[in-house]
Every structure is written in structure tokens, then in C-alpha cells.
Design a protein. Structure first.
Length: 288
């Protein structure tokens, strides 16, 4: 992308925003234009809970943000208004602990997901998050089978609607005790059991560094099963700069080298007084 194309892209994205913001967006586009790879940048709404969504959209555009995710159907018209998308949709009754590994939850979850999958398709949202739920003394294999049984009808609907369901890998060591989908191999096993291109893993780099480490090699080995990435600094889940242990430029480069064309979402808790400058730093670090 040369400067002329970058300016055109910025102008199309900005629409009716001010000239001052247009200049900022063009400068952001120029920074992105110097990258070797095209990273699609997203962030998670919950990390900026005190910033109104419209402000997050407007300021996010200035720094190269294309998506605000873990948003619901109520938010998607606002994103569209600002020329943005939701790279990973959710719904208002979303739960991490109550998941697909317990058959007692299947009827309730299927009712929820029939609606959210159709809503996502109607709003051209390509991905929707799902969770395994907590173990509650289930064996890994039984939990995997239960997830597959409950999710298969939803995956079939997702196939029909052009939506991908993605199960997030979380750590059970620090943040989510007893969560079942806490290792990549378990998630891959479930994906193989479901056997659909419309079921993928949301690989959270922060969580998997805590549980497994070996991030780059894991990504290279299992990338066909991964549909989305989240970032976060380890330890602490704060900025992804040199205050923490992960080498994010190397990780993002490895992701691109697998042929990945989806979104990388910043999902850390900003510590800077200006949270948007913290987000901008994360986007710069992941532009390689």
C-alpha cells in the first residue's frame, strides 16, 4: 500500500469525521503501509468499559482499529455507522462457566445460539464465541464428547448461515479456575471431533502462555484449527510492550507466516492514563 492508497483508504473509512481526525488517520495508515504483513486489528469492548462505544469507534479509527469485538447485536449498528465491524460476536447472556460440556445446558445454549447465529449473519458478523464451561469433575474426554454433541446442531446452522463458531482457550491457573478448554490439544481434539470449517479455536496468547508456553511452535503446528487471536501481556494481562515476557512482533510474524488472514484482537487491561494511547501502542507492536 503506497501513501496515495493509504490516504484513500483513510478517507473512505472516516466519512464525515473532522479534517483533524482525517490527518491522524492518514498518519496511522502511513505507519501500517510500511508493514510487511497486513494485520487486521481488533480490540475487546470490555477492556474499555468506561469509554462510550461511539468514542471508542471514533478514536479507534485514528489508530488503525477495524473492529471492536465481544459486542452484541445491540452494538453492531453503531460499529457499522463508523465503518467498523465486530470480529467476534457474543450475546447478552454469555457465560464462561456455564458451557457446552454439560448436557444440562444444551437446550438453553442452543436457544441462545440459534438467535445469535442468525443475528450475526443478518449483520454480516463472521464469528461468534462459544465456551466449554467449567469441568465440574468431568473427564476431559467426556467433556469433549458433550461439547461435540451440543455444538453439532449449532455448527450445522452456522454452516448454513456463513458464520463460524469459535471456542476460546483460557487459562485455568490464574483467571478461570476449573475451565475445561484450557489446553490447545484439547481444543484441537474437539475441533477434529466436530470436523467442520465453521468451528475453530480462539487462541488467546495470554492465556496459553500461562498454561503451556511454546506459543510460536504451537501456532505453527495447530494453525489450521485456529480462527482468531487475542493478545495480552504476561504476567498481569496489561500492555504487550517490553514490560512483559512475550515477544509479540515475533509471534505476529509467525501467525502471518501460517497464511492467517483473520483478526488479531488486543485484549489487555490498559494501565496508561489515556487508554487509547495504550491501545495504539498495542496496534503498533502488532504491525510487522
Amino acid at each position: 500500500m503506497n501513501r496515495r492508497k493509504a490516504m484513500k483508504s483513510a478517507a473512505l473509512t472516516l466519512g464525515a469525521l473532522s479534517v483533524g481526525n482525517a490527518i491522524k488517520a492518514t498518519e496511522a495508515a502511513d505507519r501500517l503501509a510500511g508493514a510487511n504483513y497486513k494485520t487486521n486489528h481488533s480490540t475487546c469492548k470490555w477492556c474499555y468499559g468506561d469509554i462510550p462505544l461511539e468514542e471508542l469507534c471514533e478514536r479507534g479509527q485514528d489508530i488503525g482499529l477495524q473492529s471492536i469485538e465481544l459486542t452484541t447485536v445491540d452494538d453492531w449498528p453503531t460499529l457499522k455507522k463508523y465503518g467498523m465491524t465486530c470480529a467476534m460476536g457474543t450475546h447478552k447472556d454469555f457465560s464462561i462457566e456455564v458451557g457446552w460440556n454439560d448436557p444440562a445446558n444444551h437446550a438453553m445454549l442452543q436457544d441462545q445460539y440459534r438467535k445469535v447465529i442468525r443475528d450475526a449473519a443478518d449483520h454480516e458478523i463472521e464469528n461468534v464465541i462459544v465456551m466449554s464451561g467449567n469441568r465440574r469433575r468431568l473427564t476431559d474426554y467426556q467433556g469433549m464428547v458433550n461439547c461435540a454433541i451440543g455444538l453439532r446442531p449449532m455448527v450445522k446452522l452456522a454452516e448454513e448461515m456463513g458464520v463460524t463458531l469459535q471456542m476460546e482457550l483460557l487459562n485455568s491457573k490464574v483467571n478461570h479456575p476449573d475451565y475445561m478448554c484450557d489446553h490447545t490439544e484439547w481444543g484441537v481434539g474437539l475441533a477434529e471431533m466436530i470436523n467442520s470449517d465453521r468451528f475453530k479455536l480462539l487462541y488467546d496468547i495470554y492465556h496459553m502462555q500461562i498454561m503451556e508456553g511454546d506459543i510460536i511452535d504451537t501456532i505453527k503446528r495447530h494453525h489450521p484449527y485456529i480462527g482468531h487471536y487475542h493478545t495480552g501481556g504476561v504476567p498481569g494481562r496489561n500492555e504487550i510492550n517490553d514490560s512483559q515476557e512475550l515477544n509479540y512482533p515475533a509471534i505476529i510474524k509467525a501467525i502471518h507466516e501460517t497464511g492467517f488472514e483473520g483478526f488479531v484482537a488486543q485484549e489487555f487491561l490498559p494501565t496508561y492514563e489515556d487508554k487509547i494511547s495504550s491501545l495504539a501502542e498495542g496496534i503498533r507492536i502488532c504491525t510487522v
